[in-house]
Design a protein around this ligand. Structure first.
Ligand SMILES: [Ca+2]
Ligand SMILES: [Ca+2]
Length: 286
């Protein structure tokens, strides 16, 4: 009796195993589906980006069994070895736009890739919530002095793009953002949002010309502050943007910026005579 049942069970086991093997060889392995997130999606050269490929899937393998490797700039050379660890971190040392590529491999050797574009910006204006500046303004024609505060109130998303909202004490608030093309500005006038325009570019090269935001004039840039005004001589390595007003060749502004500090101030000339000046008095960076 024992021998008989043992034989039956043995035969069933053998048939089952054969059946399984037959099935596993006849069903084809399918490629995994690569998917990942990157946080944040833009930053500066000091930003540490966190990448997470745990959203990748495969029909046959558990995600934990899938292997991943990364090509930080999609140049065809992978920068990490295969690993089952789905998260990674990376910093980009140079301003630019990069396409980071994930390759994922299942246990059968099939692969799939996904890419995400990430932009590395500049820090000409330290855009961070809580930063603030105090400037002193002087109208020379009427010998009038005033103080004005600017602070970054928060961020706002418009059409998927993050802007910093700045409150300028004597005006409506305005929005700024940085990307690899430069500084973009949106201004609210009488509560109405103006169209966005490229306002300035960074890094700047002498002779660069830009469309100006509000009156269609041009900007020119210089890479030193020392030539225009003694008030700014103490600031080395700052950038001066000359803004010439359309149709008013004798009316122009110089705006002064310095990386890691921000907006130093501005001067306005008419017929070669200094009309008014805005000078940085203090700043508080978060
Ligand atoms: Ca598979
Ligand atoms: Ca690479």
């Amino acid at each position: 009796m024992f021998n008989k049942w043992f034989l039956v069970i043995a035969i069933i086991t053998i048939l089952f195993n054969i059946s399984c093997k037959k099935n596993s060889t006849s069903s084809e392995n399918t490629a995994p589906i690569a998917s990942f997130t990157i946080d944040p999606t833009s930053g500066i050269t000091e930003t540490t980006f966190t990448l997470d490929a745990s959203g990748s899937t495969d029909n046959e393998d558990a995600t934990s069994a899938l292997q991943v490797r990364w090509d930080w700039e999609n140049d065809g050379t992978f920068d990490t070895d295969y690993s089952t660890t789905k998260t990674a971190t990376h910093q980009y040392g140079t301003i630019g736009i990069y396409k980071v590529m994930l390759e994922i491999k299942d246990s059968g050797g099939l692969t799939n890739t996904a890419t995400i574009t990430v932009s590395i910006n500049n820090v000409i204006w330290p855009l961070a919530v809580g930063n603030s500046w105090t400037h002193e303004g002087i109208f020379y024609e009427i010998d009038f002095t005033y103080s004005v505060n600017t602070s970054i109130m928060g961020t706002i998303e418009i059409e998927g793009i993050r802007w910093y909202k700045l409150h300028f004490e004597i005006d409506d608030y305005f929005l700024l953002r940085n990307d690899s093309e430069g500084i973009w500005m949106r201004q609210y006038l009488d509560g109405e949002l103006e169209d966005q325009e490229l306002w300035a570019k960074y890094p700047v090269d002498v002779g660069d010309r830009f469309n100006e935001y509000w009156d269609g004039g041009v900007l020119e840039s210089y890479t030193t502050c020392t030539s225009k005004n003694a008030s700014f001589e103490s600031y080395n390595n700052c950038y001066v943007y000359q803004r010439v007003h359309t149709g008013e060749d004798d009316f122009y502004n110089f705006s002064y910026f310095k990386p890691d500090i921000g907006y130093l101030g501005e001067e306005s000339f008419e017929n070669g005579i200094l009309r008014w000046r805005l000078v940085l008095k203090s700043y508080n960076l978060q």
